[in-house]
Ligand binder design. Structure first.
Ligand code: ZN
Length: 525
């Protein structure tokens, strides 16, 4: 087993040999602002707290902060000019626009050598879909690369969302050697804190991170130093620690879903692996993962509810990234998504193709039965997420795009649709995508929540779209939503994010997409 780990580790290290170039400096004309006093006039606001839409309102933004959100009338009645905020140095006509807080993708990788993507390509796809903050769980391009881009984005030197790096707890992340003892785990966390990381992605590759004494030291140190923590609790570690046992040791959140069903076992302690199972074979890894939720205590059972309630009590965050698993239940849908043609780089397309070596390309024998198992797996998983939310837990939105036919930005919007499928009201989905993401990021530092809500005092991170996203999240896709024009029977596309505001800077979302389209066209030549 160690040999397999070593091989995976070496392969990963080799792939990391060339980091993608840093994003280019922001060019003139890329984004306007921040403005001394920007006023968005007459818009309908969905504030991110779960409150229903309200409008018309005028939103006053001074610099990078929302100064005022003022109701200026009622729908379908001309707005009286008196009583409206004045002295704008810049105005945006918000009539017919829905304004939401900028979206927070809690699981976004910036691409890299494997995908053949550039940082600029990834960042523009994110921003074009209203994503103004991205937590990068891992920093696969290296610790320094990640921090450098975070800092440049914070200074708005590049066209990018705010970046929040959570470093992998892996020996390749630092020069301090293996993380194989409680002492080493503490040293690693101290290093990460000193470097300026916002948190840790607890992940094991070669090192026994999920060994309870090591995990306990790691999390204890992280919480002392106010570092966030989340995990991909992979199959290789889940026999030693599951989500519930890790949360009890101080883990603050999780990615994906691994380790949750294992926390709900009643008639076994280990997943029903066949004897032929090999974790390094991704067909095994993903195929048998699709047969896992049904081995857990059934929805609504005592064990099910008790686990949910305990995690909620521990203020545990769940970031499911449903979208990245979607190809498992419907390969053709993910593979033939209409945006690939114009927006997927040829190198990324090649990376997605069936392969025994590329991560997430396990399509060498994906059967009808595999898809059926995954459909059923999703149903139980979605029930868990909806129950978690309904009993008082926080669920956030992440995409993990750049693998498994999932494209940056586009498949973040798909995550919103999937949460709605799980039973979330569209307003609950928006809250997960905005305020709850901001809360999850601020919680470890005990910091005040400064984004994710359209309210005075909050950061000016906003999404604007000329269709109602609560009626149909598809209007947020860069390719828009399909409508039939009843006047002439024509098939039309509506929507697509119009403006995205990050830190008071207004970006034309459609221009960002045109930039991406041009990159793809150039690469295809
Ligand atoms: Zn990931």
């Amino acid at each position: 087993m160690r040999k397999v780990f070593l091989f995976v580790l070496l392969a990963a290290t080799a792939a990391l040999a060339q980091n993608p170039p840093y994003a280019p400096d922001r060019r003139p004309g890329e984004g306007e602002g921040p403005f001394p006093r920007l006023i968005i006039r007459g818009a309908t606001v969905v504030d991110g707290t779960g409150a229903p839409p309200i409008g018309p309102v005028d939103i006053v933004i001074e610099g990078n902060r929302i100064r005022e959100v003022r109701g200026v009338g009622v729908p379908n009645v001309p707005i009286k000019p008196e009583g409206r905020p004045k002295d704008a140095t810049k105005e945006i006509d918000g009539s017919g626009l829905w304004v939401l807080p900028g979206f927070i993708d809690m699981h976004g990788h910036a691409g890299g050598a494997e995908q053949g993507t550039t940082a600029e390509y990834v960042y523009k796809l994110w921003l074009a879909h209203g994503v103004t903050t991205v937590r990068e769980p891992g920093c696969g391009n290296g610790a320094d690369w990640c921090l450098h881009e975070r800092d440049r984005s914070a200074r708005n030197e590049i066209v990018a969302p705010r970046l929040v790096p959570y470093i992998f707890t892996m020996r390749r992340s630092w020069d301090g050697g293996p993380i194989d003892s409680p002492e080493q785990a503490r040293k690693f966390v101290q290093w990460a804190s000193k470097k300026g990381f916002d948190g840790l992605k607890v992940f094991a590759a070669g090192d026994p991170i999920f060994q309870p004494d090591i995990l306990a030291a790691l999390l204890d140190e992280a919480n002392k130093l106010h570092l966030g923590s989340t995990t991909h609790l992979a199959q290789m570690g889940v026999a030693e620690s599951n989500i519930l046992s890790a949360a009890r040791l101080g883990l603050r959140g999780m990615e994906h879903w691994y380790g949750l069903p294992e926390s709900l076992f009643t008639d076994r302690t280990i997943q029903d692996y066949p004897p032929s199972y090999n974790y390094a074979n991704e067909q095994d890894r993903f195929g048998y993962a699709g047969r896992l939720w049904k081995q857990a205590a059934p929805p609504g059972s005592e064990k099910w509810n008790a686990a949910i309630d305990e995690l909620i009590k521990l203020r545990f965050n769940i970031d499911p990234t449903l979208t990245i698993y979607e190809a498992n239940r419907d390969l053709v849908r993910a593979m033939r998504a209409e945006w690939h043609e114009r927006y997927t780089l040829p190198s990324l397309w090649r990376f997605y193709q069936p392969s025994r070596t590329a991560h997430g390309a396990y399509w060498y024998h994906w059967t009808t039965q595999d898809e059926i198992e995954w459909k059923n797996n999703f149903r139980i998983w979605m029930r868990f997420l909806n129950d978690y939310k309904n009993r008082g837990g926080r669920v956030t939105t992440g995409s993990d795009s750049g693998f498994i036919y999932k494209l940056y930005g586009f498949d973040y919007i798909r995550e919103l649709e999937l949460l709605q499928e799980a039973g979330f009201h569209p307003l609950e989905v928006v809250r997960s995508a905005t305020m709850w993401g901001a809360e999850a990021l601020a919680a470890p530092r005990g910091a005040k929540v400064e984004s994710g809500v359209v309210r005075p005092g909050y950061l000016a991170d906003l999404v604007m779209v000329d269709q109602n996203p609560l009626d149909d999240f598809k209007v947020l896709y860069g390719t828009g939503a399909i409508r039939v024009n009843d006047a002439n029977g024509a098939v039309e596309r509506v929507g697509g994010v119009k403006w995205v505001v990050k830190d008071g800077i207004v970006y034309d979302a459609k221009q960002l997409l045109r930039d991406v389209e041009a990159m793809v066209a150039r690469a295809k030549k």
